[in-house]
Design a protein around this ligand. Structure first.
Ligand code: ZN
Length: 246
């Protein structure tokens, strides 16, 4: 029997700060395990986890070859991700692997390498209320998601956001302090689909929120590769055999 489930790797830097309170109060096993846990409740998905301290930082050729969609969470240790592993992630996305960047992944090395911009924004840790709006409710990532929904406590991220013009803006967010942010945006780089989603500060229970879980589950399904080239994308073959007579 063939297994047609989407193979997801949830990658988290999982630094020391995540292994003690207040983060461990919210995510005792690490937020990557919480995310993989709700993804695995979907019969169409099989999710495993990887962390920075794994061999080859959890980003080996074999690991990525067996990943349809990579989910990425990082914050304090972006600089520790080795450039060769970043290049490998980028190569796999260009071939067709999907990737979902969460929260502070907006300045992770693979995010910046894929988008070519700074990823910069302004931020405030004040546990403020945020209301997300599905500005494209017909998009597959918004399926089953209320047109607007509230997260009671989140870190504020504000425009201007240093990204290219998105392929689709699926969500925008309003924050209690008055800021707004393009909080759910899609891109495509060659064969690979990319989604960025803002909620998910590590001291807030955001990944326990069922609406957030629905968005991330939808995003994984949307980002599943349509096609995936087996070889490197950097090859430009000389096409010697024209299809028509010259
Ligand atoms: Zn944060």
């Amino acid at each position: 029997m063939s297994d047609n489930r989407i193979r997801v790797t949830v990658w988290n830097e999982y630094g020391d700060g995540q292994k003690k309170p207040p983060v461990s109060d919210v995510y005792p096993e690490g937020l990557h395990e919480t995310i993989a846990g709700f993804l695995n409740k979907d019969k169409g998905i099989t999710a495993k986890t990887a962390v920075l301290s794994d061999p080859e930082q959890g980003l080996s050729e074999d690991a990525l070859n067996n990943t349809d969609v990579l989910v990425w969470w990082g914050h304090m240790n972006h600089h520790l991700v080795e450039d060769q592993n970043v290049a490998r992630v980028v190569e796999h996305v260009l071939r067709g692997m999907g990737v979902v960047f969460l929260h502070s992944a907006h300045i992770s090395k693979p995010f910046k390498a894929l988008l070519g911009t700074s990823g910069h924004l302004s931020w405030r840790e004040a546990d403020e209320r945020t209301r997300l709006w599905a500005v494209n409710p017909a998009h597959p990532i918004a399926e089953g998601v209320p047109v607007n929904f509230v997260i009671d406590h989140e870190e504020m991220y504000s425009e201007p956001f240093g990204i290219p013009e998105p392929q689709t803006t699926v969500f925008i967010s309003w924050f209690q302090g008055g800021n707004v942010f393009r909080s759910g945006v899609t891109f495509q780089r060659e064969n690979g689909r990319i989604f960025y989603f803002q909620p998910g500060h590590e001291t807030n229970p955001t990944y326990h929120n069922e609406v957030v879980q629905r968005v991330i589950t939808n995003a994984v399904k949307w980002a599943r590769p349509c096609i995936r080239s087996s070889g490197p994308v950097s090859v430009c073959p000389n096409d010697q055999e024209p299809l028509e007579k010259l």
